[in-house]
Design a binder for this molecule. Structure first.
Ligand SMILES: C[C@@H](O)C(=O)SC[C@H](NC(=O)CC[C@H](N)C(=O)O)C(=O)NCC(=O)O
Ligand code: NI
Length: 146
C-alpha cells in the first residue's frame, strides 16, 4: 500500500492556487475538468516530491473545485497538511506579506501553522539541517486565533 494524496475541497480555485502555489510554493502537476460532474481537480506536489521519478508516485494534494458553490461545513476531525521547508522564517514572511493568517508564528525556528483561504490548517516544519535565515518572528505575539 502507498499513500497517494489528500483531497481538500476549495471554494475559490484561483485564491487557493495563489495560496498553495504562488505563496506556499507547491507545483501544479496536472488537472482534470469534469464537465458532466461540474468540477475541476487540480493536483499539486511539493517541489522535492515533483522531481521524484513517476513510478515512485510522489504524495500529492488534490484540490477539488465544485463549479456550483457549496457550503463546506463540519470536517472538524480533519487536522492539517504538513510540509518540511528549507527556511521557515523566510516562508512565513512571504506568506504573511501575501495576506495569509499565521496562526502559530515560527518563533522557535521549528514549527509554524498557517491557514488556507478555506481555513485548512497547514503545518510547516523546518528542515533539521538548514538554519533559518533570520528570526523576524521571535518577539511577535501569536497572530490570528488558534
Ligand atoms: C481523481 C481521484 O483522486 C478522485 O478523488 S475523484 C473522486 C470523486 N471526486 C469528485 O467527484 C469531485 C466532485 C464532487 N462533487 C466532490 O466534491 O467530491 C469522488 O468520488 N468524490 C467523493 C468524495 O467523497 O471524495
Ligand atoms: Ni482522490
Amino acid at each position: 500500500m502507498q499513500f497517494l494524496h489528500t483531497m481538500v475541497r476549495v471554494s475559490d480555485l484561483d485564491a487557493s492556487l495563489r495560496f498553495y502555489c504562488d505563496l506556499l510554493g507547491l507545483k501544479e502537476v496536472r488537472r482534470k475538468e469534469n464537465e458532466k460532474g461540474r468540477f475541476t481537480l487540480v493536483f499539486l506536489a511539493a517541489p522535492e516530491d515533483e522531481s521524484r521519478s513517476a513510478e515512485l508516485k510522489a504524495p500529492e494534494l488534490e484540490l477539488t473545485w465544485n463549479w456550483d458553490p457549496e457550503a463546506y461545513t463540519g470536517g472538524r476531525s480533519f487536522g492539517h497538511l504538513a510540509y518540511r521547508v528549507d527556511d521557515i522564517y523566510a516562508l512565513c514572511e512571504r506568506l504573511r506579506q501575501g495576506g495569509v493568517t499565521i496562526n502559530r508564528p515560527p518563533r522557535d525556528g521549528h514549527m509554524a501553522f498557517v491557514r488556507s483561504p478555506d481555513g485548512i490548517s497547514v503545518e510547516l516544519l523546518q528542515k533539521g539541517d538548514a538554519l533559518p535565515s533570520r528570526e523576524p518572528w521571535a518577539s511577535m505575539e501569536n497572530i490570528g486565533t488558534w
